[in-house]
Design a protein around this ligand. Structure first.
Ligand code: NAD
Length: 357
């Protein structure tokens, strides 16, 4: 299938990417390469021990360790981390973790312009974008700025081997959601479409293999490859209904990021299917079936993905407000955003019903 478009724009940032099991051992040389010598190592509290171990191996090039990264990048944590970075005279950041840790590194870089080395341990893909989402008083806002784009990414399959099985599934579906929406993005280009298809296909191949044997290094490597492609495409084109819904549900109802993506994805794609039939055909080609929403739903079931927003703690009474928030601002989407249809979509996703074509 050709992906040629007669007219397009494509922007790619200059990012150094290294891939391979054990590549995390080379952080020191990457710090040298940046011309730096005082790295602040970042993590979430549960990954603090790994961050400490990593810092200890940096031969005196770790200026400190900051382990308070939290989901959705709260601005008070960022303020504290920036003060800490200044206190220890950090000249670069090493973010070891998932999207929350990467988010903190990006938020510090936004204020200080410190270069970032990211070592992802989930498939969220934030490391490959210049996008920063931050939360202040329970309201999440997003900005895009070149200062936020990490300079170096080290993808090491050994680090995702510790990802629990449930998180492996939801994080993979979170990544796949970037690629699925990239297929119909208003500013898509031939390269973004190729990246999206290859990213989806990497997860389709490797995720079942990882679930069969979570220590399968090669399959874990391929899922990280998928994460890189899906994250890269997220950084290059605009997202639509699916990301808008997840953003609303995460920011306003405090639902967990990856799980929310995993549940909403088949519903959002089904909503847009008729309006983007050709663009979404690669999903049917890859996952089988004639309806892309149903194809993704079947894939989700095959990997035991969560299916109901109610299981994440969302109350049925919140669906009205969620629908109102989701339609409050306009944005490009293949199918017009219709309040009642969005409300029905949320109801089905809340109850764990299959997506409606
Ligand atoms: P996360 O970073 O919050 O990680 C979830 C939990 O899993 C944390 O407790 C973490 O410590 C733990 N964990 C991570 N990797 C692990 C591993 N290998 N082994 C064991 N435990 C591990 O979750 P996430 O889904 O990666 O990131 C979500 C955040 O990232 C959200 O705030 C989201 O908005 C943001 N995000 C931003 C972008 C962007 O481009 N700006 C893209 C994707 C996600």
């Amino acid at each position: 299938m050709a992906h040629f478009h007669p007219i397009f724009e494509a922007n790619s940032p200059a990012v150094r990417v290294r891939f391979g099991p054990g590549v995390r051992e080379d952080i020191e040389s990457e710090i040298d390469r940046l011309g730096c010598s005082r790295a602040l190592v970042l993590s979430t509290p549960p990954q603090a021990e790994s961050a400490m171990e990593m810092a200890a191996k940096l031969n005196g090039k770790a200026a400190g360790v900051y382990t308070r990264a939290a989901m959705h990048t709260p601005v008070d944590v960022t303020a504290d981390a920036v003060a800490h970075a200044q206190e220890v005279s950090a000249d670069c950041l090493v973010s070891l973790g998932g999207g929350s840790t990467t988010g903190l590194g990006k938020a510090i870089a936004y204020q200080t312009d410190l270069p970032q080395i990211v070592i992802p341990t989930t498939y969220a893909g934030s490391e490959a974008t210049a996008i920063l989402g931050q939360t202040r008083d329970g309201v999440k806002t997003t900005l895009t700025d070149p200062k936020v784009q990490p300079e170096v990414i080290l993808y090491d399959a050994d680090l995702v081997a510790t990802l629990p099985v449930a998180m492996t599934v939801t994080s993979a579906l979170n990544a796949m959601a970037h690629a699925a929406e990239a297929l119909y993005a208003v500013n898509r280009n031939p390269l973004s479409t190729m990246l999206a298809i290859e990213g989806l296909s990497a997860f389709k191949r490797a995720l079942p293999a990882v679930l069969a044997n979570p220590q399968d290094r090669e399959a874990r490597g391929e899922t990280l490859y998928g994460a890189w492609l899906c994250g890269t495409v997220l950084g290059q084109v605009g997202m639509a209904l699916h990301h808008k819904l997840c953003h609303t549900l995460g920011g306003s109802f405090d639902l967990p990021h990856a799980e929310t993506h995993a549940i909403v994805l088949p519903h959002a794609i089904a909503y847009n299917a008729a309006a983007a039939r050709d663009e979404l055909q690669p999903i049917c080609d890859l996952f089988g079936g004639r309806e892309p929403g149903a194809s993704l739903h079947a894939f989700g079931q095959s990997v035991d993905a969560p299916i109901a927003l109610r299981d994440l703690g969302l109350q049925e009474a919140d669906l009205e407000k969620a629908a109102d928030l989701a339609v409050a601002k306009s944005y490009p989407n293949p199918r017009p955003i219709e309040r009642e249809a969005i409300r029905a979509l949320l109801q089905a996703a809340w109850a764990g019903e299959p997506p409606k074509p």
